[in-house]
Design a protein around this ligand. Structure first.
Ligand code: PXP
Length: 239
């Protein structure tokens, strides 16, 4: 039996800490506990406004993680320099400004391509795998391949919000996107809004290798602890 790669996004632990500008709870501890529970990767988003994760968190997680580290960031010169210094295993380029966002919330490569290409090249030259967080859209995926991305993380937000009437269409869009990503020589990942209840239909899509999940795991962790919450999600990712 194989398992999809599970990236646990620990940003919300930092969100809780920053609500008080306190020192706890520590997202670094959370990352270590997620690994104990079977996470294959620790994912964090170092935002330009440092709303939750701070440079210190990014540095310590990069140093201490025993598994893979996946850094989500905007395609800016500042973030590029930080990533090249920290050397995470992968970087996922995500939109932060309104004008960089497609309708459902992925990066709009068709309008930010000029800025994104050099960042992709610099990170890849630094030995970092680079993915683009995109809505399941054929034109965006084609542009990602042209820009030299290693992977595309499919934005599953629309699927996670879909009612009964729309869920089949949303799933089909994700399936088609995963297919197109692999056909164009890239790795297919997915994330956003995935829960213990809706993840199975995504696990069933064979082309998708990796999921990044934050909110649902940390919400459950409030009651059962991060190790146990991670263990339960990891069990659902078996194929
Ligand atoms: N993947 C990416 C690129 C994200 O930015 C996020 C956080 O919004 C996630 C996955 C995790 O989403 P969620 O917290 O809804 O599981």
């Amino acid at each position: 039996m194989t398992r999809m790669r599970l990236g646990v996004n620990i940003d919300h632990v930092a969100t809780l800490r920053e609500a008080r500008k306190a020192t706890e709870p520590d997202p670094v501890t959370a990352a270590m506990m997620a690994e104990q529970g079977g996470a294959d990767q620790i994912t964090f988003h170092l935002r330009e406004d440092r709303r939750h994760i701070q440079n210190r968190d990014a540095r310590l997680i990069s140093e201490l993680a025993q598994t893979r580290v996946n850094m989500e960031m905007a395609a800016t010169t500042e973030m590029q320099e930080i990533a090249l210094a920290l050397r995470p295993d992968s970087v996922c380029l995500v939109p932060e400004r309104r004008e960089e966002v497609t309708t459902e919330g992925g990066l709009d490569l068709l309008h930010t391509g000029d800025r994104v290409g050099p960042v992709v090249r610099a990170l890849r030259e630094g030995g970092i795998e680079v993915s683009a967080f995109l809505t399941p859209d054929a034109a965006q995926i084609k542009e990602a391949a042209r820009l030299g991305f290693d992977a595309v993380e499919i934005h599953t937000g629309e699927y996670s919000r879909a009612g009964r009437a729309e869920v089949d269409r949303a799933l089909r869009a994700i399936r088609d996107a995963a297919n197109a990503i692999v056909k164009q020589g890239m790795h297919a990942h997915a994330g956003h809004g995935l829960t213990y209840h809706n993840v199975q239909m995504i696990v069933a899509i064979g082309e998708i290798e990796e999921l990044n999940i934050g909110h649902s795991i940390l919400a459950r962790a409030v009651f059962v602890g991060i190790e146990q919450a991670t263990r339960e999600m990891a069990a659902l990712l078996r194929r």
